[in-house]
Design a protein around this ligand. Structure first.
Ligand SMILES: *Cc1c(COP(=O)(O)O)cnc(C)c1O
Length: 342
């Protein structure tokens, strides 16, 4: 039976050339700073993001928590959007391991922070209040449909943070999707943040890994927190080799994923009863009137179209390994199920 796995861009498998790069990677012990492939990946990543330094971590979750710990002190409050990945999907690490409060402000449907709310959320210096330590933004915004924050959106957050002397962390797990959608280098988006994390294991198709980028001083602090969180890895060049390959070969093709997402969305939008917002990148969310979405996901799964019921919508994600024929087929299968019922 066919299997078209649209659950996430994390299900991507490494291309053959990436596996070859992994097999041939030059290795050392990265905890001693001796793994040449890790050092190369960190140097390339810093350059791509326009930062002084970078740190390879095990996951986006580890990058984000490492960033929070590096910017803040225990007892601080971190301002995040109420749809932020850091708030919903990172196991509460900021609270549990960082002793940090997450103060939420409204994310609009495009993933932007409500700046008036941010302003109100920043604490004045008073013995009663937890100090505000950091503002976090997310681009592309996962729970807001893979939406893209523009340069202007990010610059506005930067300007506000500067007024209060606060650092900004950018959760850029899919920052390259935003950069490709805007046809800008990623560094143009990263310039408004003091630190940026990006994932290797989503659309870039690596098996493992994320990078945290920032100033030399911040990354120096981050290295100790990564160690504390269990992210000090030895011959991590095995992972880094995939990352180097990905940065050189897998970024521009994200445009194909975006084009396939548009084709999928157009196919779905033409089906009576389907509601969706046109995707800006590779995440497609839709609802189907009169359907229990869990049931619809099960029925599609029975036909080899694998997707998720997430937060009141069905999620289908395009990625390396999914082509135009696959998304056309997925849309046709949704249509036939809905029409059979109607
Ligand atoms: C996936 C994701 C992360 C976390 O990445 P993991 O590698 O799964 O820990 C962080 N932020 C956003 C926006 C993500 O989509």
């Amino acid at each position: 039976m066919k299997s078209i796995d649209l659950r996430s861009d994390t299900v991507t498998l490494p291309p053959p050339e990436m596996r070859k790069a992994i097999a041939e990677a030059e290795l050392g012990d990265d905890v001693f700073g001796d793994d040449p492939t890790v050092n190369r990946l960190e140097a390339i990543s810093a350059e791509v993001m326009g930062k002084e330094a970078a740190l390879l971590t095990t996951s986006g979750t580890q990058s984000n928590l490492t960033a929070l710990l590096s910017h803040c002190q225990s007892g601080d409050e971190v301002i995040v959007g109420d749809e932020a990945h850091i708030l919903h999907f990172e196991a509460g690490g900021a609270f549990a391991l960082g002793g940090l409060g997450l103060r939420t402000v409204h994310n609009d449907e495009r993933g932007r922070l409500d700046l008036d709310e941010v302003r109100q959320a920043v604490r004045s210096r008073d013995v009663h209040f937890p100090p505000t330590g950091l503002i976090c933004v997310e681009n592309t915004h996962n729970r807001c449909g893979g939406s893209v924050l523009s340069e202007d959106d990010l610059a506005a957050v930067r300007a506000l943070a500067d007024e209060y002397g606060l650092p900004v962390h950018l959760d850029g797990a899919r920052l390259f999707n935003a950069a490709v959608a805007l046809e800008l280098p990623a560094s143009r988006l990263a310039q408004y943040a003091d630190s940026v994390s990006f994932s290797l294991c989503k659309g870039l198709a690596c098996p493992i890994g994320s990078l945290l980028c920032g100033s030399r001083e911040l990354i120096h602090r981050a290295r100790r927190f990564r160690k504390m969180l269990g992210g000090g890895m030895r011959q991590a060049g095995i992972i880094a080799a995939a990352g180097v390959y990905a940065l050189e070969n897998m970024v521009d093709r994200l445009a194909d994923d975006h084009a396939n997402a548009r084709v999928l969305a157009e196919g779905l939008a033409g089906i009576p009863g389907v509601n969706l917002i046109p995707p800006q990148t590779n995440l497609v969310y839709f609802t189907a009137e009169g359907w229990d979405l869990g049931e619809l996901v099960r029925r599609l799964g029975g036909q080899g179209i694998i997707c998720l019921n997430e937060g009141g919508a069905i999620r289908m994600v395009t990625h390396y390994g999914i082509d135009r024929g696959d998304v056309e087929e997925a849309a046709l299968d949704v249509r036939s199920l809905l029409e059979k019922r109607a």
